[in-house]
Design a binder for this molecule. Structure first.
Ligand code: KIV
Ligand code: NA
Length: 266
């Protein structure tokens, strides 16, 4: 039986071979990605990418549990991290622990991720001390969309820069096994990566991090728009559209189904 990657193994990858991480939300995609990734993140981006929500605010614990279960069924090698959805951890450590424990118990995933904020230092420490590996997330925080007024790159002013660095240091000191750094300029990403002991995993945060993550559906080219930091490794939108177009034509001109696609009486 294949053994999954572990949190200490990921922590030890600091400054070594870059950590490869992608998001996964379904069993078949997890099965494909599992062969190539160190970490599969069941991101709350699932709300936007799969469910068509305008932001991640509407994502629930039940949604995260269903998708994490699917990803666990589809994978057996990667380390699987589940995002804690908005509202499930910010109020304080005890509620965060309760919800994180539920995510791990009901899915078999190995760790949770929480976005940075005023309670994050205390909450990460509380969870790690009680057996839950935690991935941090600093810089652009999608769950802060309503206070920030949109998805905006972070750390562009000196005070914001200091704040992002402090959040990363606090998350690190609290015992996070890795820290996602999102939407910051290269110099800030490099500075954070030097300052923290945990490996940094960048998204829109330059090659200066200890690893990279992308939203899989973005890098597969499923949408007609993607942010500057995304490299589109496939044109899934084009491929799916072409397949549907061909199918529609074949149905309309009755060339599908053909005899080899048809059952006949014995
Ligand atoms: O929800 C998500 O997909 C994420 C990653 C992009 C880091 O948080
Ligand atoms: Na997320």
């Amino acid at each position: 039986k294949v053994k999954r990657m572990t949190a200490p193994e990921i922590y030890a990858r600091k400054g070594q071979v870059p950590l490869v991480c992608l998001t996964a939300y379904t069993a078949p995609v997890a099965e494909i990605l599992d062969e190539h990734c160190d970490v599969l993140l069941v991101g709350d981006s699932v709300g936007m990418v799969v469910h068509g929500l305008p932001s991640t605010i509407g994502v629930t614990m039940d949604m995260m549990i269903l998708h994490a279960q699917a990803v666990m069924r589809g994978s057996d090698k990667a380390f699987v991290v589940v995002d804690m959805p908005f509202g499930s951890y910010e109020a304080g450590p005890e509620e965060a622990f309760h919800n994180a424990a539920r995510l791990l118990k009901e899915t078999g995933a190995q760790a949770v991720k929480i976005e940075s904020g005023p309670t994050v230092h205390e909450t990460v420490a509380y969870m790690v001390q009680r057996g839950i590996p935690v991935m941090g997330h600093v810089g652009l925080r999608p769950q802060a969309v309503n206070v920030d007024g949109g998805f905006k790159a972070k750390g562009r002013t000196e005070s914001e820069r200091k704040k992002v660095i402090q959040e990363a240091l606090d998350t690190d000191a609290a015992g996070a096994f890795a820290i996602v750094v999102e939407g910051v300029a290269e110099d800030l990403a490099r500075e954070i990566t030097v300052l923290v002991k945990a490996p940094t995993i960048g998204i829109g945060a330059s090659a200066g991090c200890d690893g990279q993550v992308l939203v899989t559906d973005d890098m597969l080219g499923l949408f007609d728009w993607s942010p500057k930091f995304v490299r589109r490794y496939a044109d899934m939108r084009g491929a799916i559209s072409k397949a549907a177009e061909d199918y529609a034509k074949d149905v309309r001109d009755r060339s599908f189904p053909a005899p080899q696609e048809t059952y006949f009486a014995k």
